[in-house]
Design a protein around this ligand. Sequence first.
Ligand code: MG
Length: 251
Amino acid sequence: MITIKTKTDIEKMAEAGKIVAAALEKAAEVVRPGISTAELDAAVEKVITSHGATPSFKGYHGFPACCCISPNEVVVHGIPSRRNILREGDIVSVDVGACYKGYHGDAARTFAVGNVSDKARKLMDVTRECFFRGAAMAVAGNRIGDIGHAVQTLAEENGFGVVRDLVGHGVGRALHEAPDVPNFGNPGHGVRLVRNMVIAIEPMITAGGYAVNFDRRDGWTCRTNDKSLSAHYENTVVVTDNGPVYLTLEA
Ligand code: MG
């Protein structure tokens, strides 16, 4: 069921969103060569709990950490670990959810660890731009396919792959609500967007093919089949008559 939010719902979601943004700003500050993904996770969790919020992902279907931290060919759902040390030239995606007063915010960024290759930089830049192209379609009266089409067009124009097996989603009192928000699709198709729907738009873009697999041992880590780099950029967005309102962009 798609829940349309009230003004009060959205005010509360904006508070959750600001906490998520603050947590990601902290992540940007502390990412550096030599830090473990567990240390990065702990820094983010501290920001969330210090605001009186709880990490949305911790315990979600048994996920063992605060953030999903996904280096290089890991697309999403990487599990933070003390043994996973970030190195110069890596890219790393950090996906953060926070629940505050019963409402969730959800966002992700991909960071460069030190200096990265031109190709990695381009992948990160295009993935971010894919988000904004898609989000620009978050206007009441448009359809879900308009968002996916905008994301897919820019990604593929740049020779990148669009992950199919994972998609964006509605957000509210639950972390994942209807509708699905794919990063591919046909304009004019799919669920009609209504004023005050809140959705997480989250392009997952690869420097190679779009096929992915899930780690058989941990059941979570999602990697590109061809080991190509992958980037992720996400915000929680309110659909309005005049376009997107971003809840997780700034603390
Ligand atoms: Mg999400």
